[in-house]
Design a protein around this ligand. Structure first.
Ligand code: GLA
Length: 399
């Protein structure tokens, strides 16, 4: 078995230098600035965002970087270090509408489109992208791509940064994903990238669109947040995600509520839906998961980390058996991380592949990474990769 591989985050200066260099080489001029937007992990509260519920993400130190300059002809031109062989991605903004945009540039042009739909000034741009957010790992590399251009656009248009502006940018970035890319996701990923704060976990409430920053300092208890990228392929626009969302909406209709957030009596809901029906199981996940986020907020405020093991286990089991979004790689990663000495472990993000998070005593990091890698080798899975999930800063200008 090979040594476990850790994906290190670039410093913001290093990321900015890479993106600026790529821009100069590709476009032959200097960019007007470089922006960064982080990927995320959700600590708890999965598939709750589109049910008007609560979730609790942090921003990763791993960012998408974009070197940007306004374009004079209302055409978006993009290149990236990750798809250099593909040449320039190019599209006039007049062509940007639902169903008409293909490729990774849809996240960028879609965000500009979303801002314009929402009556924000948003110039077309040339942009060069470089990223150390692992791609396809369920760590929101694509939301970060939208968000890095959202903050760049706002700055180019002279909009002063504020909490209120960032809420509007979340909406525009989500428009890109929902309407231009065509994935019916909630707002968790974009909110994490735009509204997080360093050293804090963001408690998001989608019922009233509020956010609370709670200090999240595992390190003072000599704990680390280990992110395990299982390398199991992950996609949100293949229908499974939308099917989960549709079941939740159908369950809410049967219960006579606008969203599952409004359900406060689980037993009564199960009597109406049936505890073993698909809708009953999907609703039970959402209702219990929202309750777990509330518990988690208290745990984080008190630093009572010993509670995390139970909360993470309940969340993972609920996603595995009731919501049915785990895959064998996620289950094996959780089980092997716990067996090797992690205090808590669960899948994070949408599921169907993607990543697991584990809370691990600092001195056992290597042991847990080794244990998970060995279990993957034994199961015949591709080798996983590892990241450290230090709660980091939100999207911002770097230079
Ligand atoms: C994906 C979606 C989010 C959220 C999570 C599950 O990351 O993009 O909106 O629904 O799955 O919590």
């Amino acid at each position: 078995m090979d040594e476990p591989r850790f994906e290190l985050a670039w410093t913001r200066e290093e990321g900015a230098a890479r993106a600026a260099l790529g821009f100069r080489q590709r476009f032959g001029t200097d960019p007007v600035g470089v922006w960064a937007a982080p990927g995320r992990v959700n600590i708890i509260g999965e598939h709750t965002d589109y049910n008007q519920g609560l979730c609790a993400p942090i921003a990763l130190p791993h960012c998408v970087y974009a070197a940007v300059a306004p374009s004079s002809d209302d055409t978006v031109r993009l290149a990236s270090a990750q798809s250099d062989g593909d040449g320039l991605w190019e599209l006039p903004m007049s062509e940007v509408r639902p169903g008409n945009v293909n490729g990774w540039g849809a996240y960028v042009a879609g965000t500009i489109w979303g801002m314009r739909q929402r009556l924000m000034p948003a110039p077309a741009i040339s942009g060069y992208v470089d990223s150390c957010v692992p791609f396809g790992a369920g760590l929101s590399s694509s939301a970060a791509l939208s968000c890095v251009f959202a903050v760049a656009e706002a700055a180019l248009a002279g909009m002063p940064d504020s909490a209120g502006l960032r809420i509007r940018l979340v909406d525009a970035a989500r428009d890109a994903e929902n309407q231009i890319v065509g994935a019916p996701t909630g707002g968790l990923d974009q909110s994490a990238s735009l509204r997080s704060a360093k050293a804090h976990v963001l408690i998001l409430d989608f019922q009233n669109n509020t956010a609370r920053q709670v200090p999240f300092n595992l390190a003072s208890s000599r704990l680390e947040l280990l992110v395990i990228d299982t390398k199991a392929p992950h996609q949100l626009n293949d229908g499974q995600y939308g099917a989960r969302r549709a079941s939740c909406e159908a369950a809410a209709r049967k219960l006579g509520v606008a969203s599952l957030r409004e359900v406060d009596d689980l037993e009564q809901a199960m009597r109406v839906l049936g505890p073993d029906t698909v809708e009953g199981r999907r609703a039970r996940h959402v209702i219990t998961e929202i309750a777990r986020v509330k518990e988690f907020e208290q745990v984080a405020r008190q630093g009572s980390w010993e509670e995390l093991g139970r909360l993470f286990q309940e969340s993972h089991d609920s996603l595995r058996y009731d919501y049915e979004v785990t895959v064998p790689e996620l289950d094996v990663a959780v089980e092997s991380a716990l067996a090797a000495g992690a205090h808590a472990a669960r899948m994070t993000g949408g599921g169907f592949g993607g990543s697991v998070i584990a809370v691990v005593p600092a001195e056992r990091l290597q042991r847990v990474a080794n244990g998970v890698s060995a279990a993957f080798a034994q199961a015949g899975f591709a080798p996983p990769a590892f990241l450290l999930g230090t709660p980091s800063a939100p999207a911002a200008r770097v230079v």
